[in-house]
Ligand binder design. Sequence first.
Ligand code: ATP
Length: 638
Amino acid sequence: MSLYGGGFGGFRAGGHSVVGAAGKGHAQPFAELADGIARLEALEPDHGDPEAPFEPVADTGGRVSLRRLLAGRPGLLAAATAAILVETLLLQAGPYLVQVGIDHGIAGRDLSVLVWTTAGFVAAVLLTGLATAVRMRKSGMLAASATRDLRIRIFAHLQRQSLDYYTREKAGVTMTRMTSDVEALQNLLQDGFAQFLIQGLTMVVVTGVLFHYDADLAIITLVLVVPPLALASLWFRYAADRGYSRQRDTIAAMFADLSESLNGVRVVTAHNRQERNVVAHRSVVGAYRDANDWTGRINAIYGPGTSVIGLIAMAVVLLIGGRMVLRGELTIGELTAFVLYVNAFFQPVQQLVQLYTQYQQGKAAIAKIRGLLSTGPTVRESPAAVVLPPVSGLIEFDDVTFEYLPSRPVLSGLSLRIEPGETVACVGPTGAGKSTLAKLVTRFYDPSSGGIRIDGYDLREVTLASLRRQIGVVPQEPFLFAGSLRDNIAFARPEATDEEVWAAVDAVGLRELVERSPEGLSTPLHERGQSVSSGERQLLALARAFLAEPRVVVLDEATSNLDLRSELRVEAALDVLLAGRTAILVAHRLSTAMRADRIIVVDDLGIVESGSHAELIRSGGRYAAMFEQWTASSGRQC
Ligand SMILES: Nc1ncnc2c1ncn2[C@@H]1O[C@H](COP(=O)(O)OP(=O)(O)OP(=O)(O)O)[C@@H](O)[C@H]1O
């Protein structure tokens, strides 16, 4: 991956690898080599157009339904249906050929008829095999392409969601929607719909054939078979419904528990929670096992139960039909064919109800996916939103009130004006709403009342992309992705040149780290940046913001304690990043706050003090008290 400098899927175009800057830089004196590369690239799987349209406002794909998923690929659907028709009709040719072979070949002592019927039988079997292969291939392709599109659609929708969605929803449950729910749907599209058609069609054809052979015998068979089968099927349907919904709930709980334990593995280890976690996981896995056990049990009752009904019916047909043969009302060949058709009648009935389970699973999955797709982002882009032109960085909060939960305001009636190029540090007690204020500027949330403007534009009147392009966010816990150092630094601008990336590296003083890494900028980082120190993670996040060249920087300072050297490096990097930019710093260390042009103290739902460090110290208010406490405690630490 790192060879072509690509992470995050950015190094493929049209499904084929594109040699990036490094590759293009070489003159290509080896025409054969170029040919070889082209041949290799031609062998690469084509994953379609990477220009996936992304609409930030809402999902525009229409309502998800089985019908739409199937009808969306009419060519594949038509081919699969044609194959199903051929397969079903050919399958029913077998018993008829057996009857002709027995009656006209064996009983009529005519070898040529026997040979022809045998040949016909073999031909029918071969053609059935061919039709089955075509059907499986086409319905497989149909299911794969429909669910691929659905997966991308769900993923795009998740990208669109506002932060409150992720606060509300457990990651594991969201993962279940993407994995097991989509898989349930895939199974239904792949096998379910074809089997449903085949079995339904078989029942109709076989019933007709039974009546054709002997109406009385057909009626006796149906009377014997249908009522007990209908009762058993009704019970199975009821039991399967309950079993399935339990299964969905327990699998989602299992995923949620798993993902939380994986994400919190460090805390789990540090607090010796492994054993308790295993016990807790045993209980959620146990609930899932119980749900599976239940569905397994009802299948074990229904499957053999219906077989027994069918076999008893066959025995009765043998008795009554045999008597008709003795009386000369039916030939031996016809009786044999009849028994074979009765058998063929049974399989569909049994399978249809099992298919019903699959259908239920797919339907429930669709309902869940529909629910997810209909949950729009709470921070919406207005249809009339305009592209925010390059700003100078004037930020105004105008009587802003904000609450996460109804009637529990975190900020109330807050007004603030930040001049272009000014650095404002927010300080205050924990939980006062400093990070919330920063999140409002990036429009992660919208104020409950009042408005926030940037260069006179209300944030709600500009497109989200154009707003966020000009605002660089450095979160409290910088997130690094699995990918190379370069991928992570150039996250906001993947097209940045190597020179620009190096400039960002130098700006935050990370050259030494990059140079001692085995593959330089291409050195892979592990998931969530676990292979670098927390100070380095912060510096990488600053480099990322620097490279994005934002007009406004919103920085939520990390609370983790850095050693003095790292702290100095971070502060120096901050100076470079903030130079000439409007900045809002959520400062947890007063040493950071002191360097700002202005400090605001956030508490009691608003700003209680505002001024430069010297002014606030002179006025002897809250900040002065905090500062005194801080210097005293740092003194103690020394
Ligand atoms: N998603 C949320 N849903 C509900 N309440 C929230 C949410 N996020 C934060 N809060 C609450 O809002 C208040 C302000 O939180 P905020 O993160 O802005 O505080 P802060 O001043 O940045 O604190 P700290 O200095 O500890 O980072 C807190 O009481 C917090 O519990």
